[in-house]
Design a protein around this ligand. Structure first.
Ligand code: MG
Length: 159
C-alpha cells in the first residue's frame, strides 16, 4: 500500500522546465497559471490540484523533490496555493533525487511516521533519476510522468 507520493516539480506538475529562472514578484494570471516579473509563465498540468485533493482525502502523505532553489519553489507553490497539500518539500540546488527522497523519509520519521521503500511512489518526468533511487533507497515505486502515466489522476489508481 502506498503511504507517500513524491512528486518532481518541473515538467511533472507544471509545464515550465526550470522555475529557478523565475523572478519575483510572481502573480496569478488565473487559478493555474502564474507569471513572473519578466512575463515568463508557468501552467499547472491538468488535474494536478484534483489529484492532490484525492491523495489528501485518502490520507496519503505528499512530498516534493525538486532541483530548484528552495525559495523559488516556495514562492511558486504559495502563489499557486499548492503549499497546503505538501507535507514535505525538499528543493535543492543539485539534481540528486535519491538524496532529496531520503531527506523526505527522514523528515517524516522525525514526525513519527516510518515509511518503507515499497510504500513510496515517486513520480518524475526523467527516468534517469530512477536508477540511483533504486540503488541507494531500495524498492521504491517509480513512475515516469507522460510515459508510464499520462494524467495525474491515473496515479490514484496506482495506490
Ligand atoms: Mg522534471
Amino acid at each position: 500500500m502506498i503511504k507517500l507520493v513524491i512528486f518532481d516539480a518541473d515538467k511533472t506538475v507544471w509545464d515550465h522546465y526550470n522555475i529557478s529562472e523565475f523572478e519575483a514578484p510572481l502573480k496569478l494570471v488565473d487559478e493555474n497559471v502564474l507569471q513572473d516579473s519578466l512575463g515568463r509563465t508557468l501552467k499547472l498540468f491538468p488535474n494536478v490540484r484534483k489529484t492532490l485533493e484525492k491523495l489528501k482525502e485518502r490520507g496519503v502523505k505528499i512530498g516534493m523533490a525538486t532541483w530548484n532553489f528552495p525559495e523559488k519553489t516556495k514562492a511558486v507553490l504559495e502563489t499557486l496555493g499548492l503549499d497546503k497539500y505538501f507535507d514535505v518539500v525538499i528543493s535543492r540546488d543539485f539534481p540528486f533525487k535519491f538524496i532529496m527522497i531520503s531527506e523526505i523519509i527522514k523528515r517524516l520519521r522525525e514526525q513519527g511516521m516510518s515509511v518503507k521503500p515499497e510504500e513510496i511512489l515517486f513520480v518524475d518526468d526523467r527516468r534517469a533519476h530512477f536508477g540511483n533511487v533504486w540503488l541507494y533507497l531500495g524498492n521504491i515505486n517509480c513512475l515516469e510522468m507522460w510515459k508510464d502515466v499520462n494524467d495525474h489522476m491515473e496515479l490514484i489508481s496506482k495506490l
